[in-house]
Design a protein around this ligand. Structure first.
Ligand SMILES: *[C@@H]1O[C@H](CO)[C@@H](O)[C@H](O)[C@H]1NC(C)=O
Ligand SMILES: *[C@@H]1O[C@H](CO)[C@@H](O)[C@H](O)[C@H]1NC(C)=O
Ligand SMILES: *[C@@H]1O[C@H](CO)[C@@H](O)[C@H](O)[C@H]1NC(C)=O
Ligand SMILES: *[C@@H]1O[C@H](CO)[C@@H](O)[C@H](O)[C@H]1NC(C)=O
Length: 401
């Protein structure tokens, strides 16, 4: 018994000595047993079976830290506190389902962060907040369904945010608020909800591409607060109905591309000169209803409308006289196509005899009511109801001729 105690004490002392030696004399670098410390700045803890981040055991000087294929289910707030020199961090292949607010706080030098191949489903509020000096965040191949508001608050130097290969269906209001210097922002396909103000606070973006969305409508205020964009490209999507004010509050956009979408209708498209939209390119869209001329205000510097398909119905006159054609009638009809009627589907507008298409009843009526102020037109000397009837009769009859 006594011997055993001596032995034990000796052992403890020896251990303490080794530990002491380690700390004071030889100062061998601390390194978690599951990791390989290539140097005091580079540490690999890949496939280490770790369930927690061994932040206390890591050299505080570490610059590159790789923690791939471990078993962290959660990244707590301030999970890496103290690693002030960290520049590059990889957490790929972990079982991360939650990132708490301010998880990466206290990492002023962190530039590259990769969290890929994880079951992460939500980019929660403030998850990546306060990463002042980060340039790239890679979040591809996760299970991200939604990005909550202010997820990137204060992350003002981010240049590259990769969200591809995620089943994102919803982008909440203010999701990208605080990103003020992004070079390129690409979204995965399948977005079904863009909340109003989804891009609010997103300032100075080189290229913002929204593709393969499936929206019931482009809601009022969707782009409100988005400013200083090189290219905003909305493409290959079902946009449903473009609501009035969908583009309200979108300012300083060098190039706005609306390419190859299906658009059920345009309630109003009001791009004012104050919004400073340089170039609007409407190309390859199928627009199922011709927007009424008075709902369009295209205050842009340069406009291209080509390879779109419109119904060639009685509203075509209003389209050709309106701001989308902008006076270049021949050019417009040779470069845009008819969707309907069926027999002209896919044919250039210039193939059909536009004059043979009657004007719509309301246009005819309106025209005549305006004319009534001064003209001697026989329609217009009558009571309005009668006039509508007679004028539409005249219109129809005129077309049959
Ligand atoms: C991953 O995390 C989930 C929930 O946190 C848990 O149910 C599951 O067992 C974990 N899987 C592995 C392989 O650790
Ligand atoms: C951010 O990076 C720049 C340039 O690399 C550096 O000068 C600056 O000190 C960094 N900021 C912080 C808080 O470390
Ligand atoms: C466009 O918006 C401006 C300012 O918001 C408004 O004054 C104008 O009437 C609108 N134009 C159309 C065609 O809706
Ligand atoms: C519309 O046509 C006018 C006259 O040709 C031209 O000055 C103007 O720049 C055109 N507008 C756009 C947006 O292209």
């Amino acid at each position: 018994m006594l011997v055993a105690r001596y032995l034990l004490t000796g052992f403890v002392l020896a251990l303490a000595f080794v530990h002491f030696a380690a700390l004071t004399m030889i100062q061998p670098p601390s390194c978690p047993p599951e990791c390989i410390c290539l140097s005091q700045t580079q540490v690999l803890c890949n496939s280490g079976g770790l369930r927690e981040i061994p932040v206390k055991l890591l050299p505080s000087t570490v610059e590159h830290l790789s923690l791939t294929r471990n078993h962290f289910p959660i990244i707590k707030s301030d999970a890496f506190a103290g690693l002030r020199y960290l520049r590059k961090l990889s957490l790929d292949g972990n079982n991360i389902s939650i990132i708490k607010p301010f998880a990466f706080r206290g990492l002023p030098r962190l530039r590259d962060l990769s969290i890929q191949q994880t079951p992460l489903a939500t980019v929660a509020q403030f998850a990546f907040a306060g990463l002042q000096n980060i340039t790239s965040i890679y979040l591809s191949h996760n299970k991200i369904k939604k990005v909550e508001g202010y997820a990137f608050a204060g992350t003002s130097n981010l240049k590259l945010l990769v969200l591809t290969n995620n089943p994102i269906i919803k982008i909440e209001s203010n999701a990208f608020s605080g990103l003020t210097n992004v070079e390129r922002l690409n979204f995965p396909s399948g977005v079904r909800v863009l909340e109003p103000d989804a891009f609010n606070g997103l300032d100075t973006v080189g290229f913002l591409k929204l593709a393969f969305m499936d929206l019931p409508s482009l809601k009022e205020g969707t782009f409100r607060g988005l400013t200083n964009v090189g290219v905003l490209s909305i493409q290959e999507s079902d946009l449903g109905v473009i609501e009035s004010d969908a583009f309200d509050g979108l300012t300083f956009i060098s190039n706005l591309y609306i390419l190859n979408n299906k658009i059920d209708g345009i309630q109003e498209l009001n791009l004012t000169q104050e919004q400073r939209i340089g170039y609007l390119k409407l190309q390859g869209n199928h627009i199922l209803e011709i927007p009424r001329a008075e709902t369009l205000n295209i205050g842009v510097d340069k406009l291209t409308v080509i390879a779109n398909h419109f119904p060639c119905d009685c509203h075509i006159h209003s389209l050709l006289e309106g701001p989308l054609a902008n006076g270049s009638l021949l050019e417009f009809i040779s470069k845009n196509y008819c969707i309907s009627p069926l027999e002209v589907n896919g044919r250039p507008m210039s193939d059909i005899d536009i004059d043979s298409i009657g004007r719509c009843q309301e246009e005819v009526t309106r025209g005549n009511l305006e004319a009534s102020k001064d003209s001697t037109s026989m329609c217009c000397k009558m009571k309005p109801q009668l006039s509508i009837l007679l004028c539409s009769f005249v219109a129809v009859f005129g077309n049959l001729r």
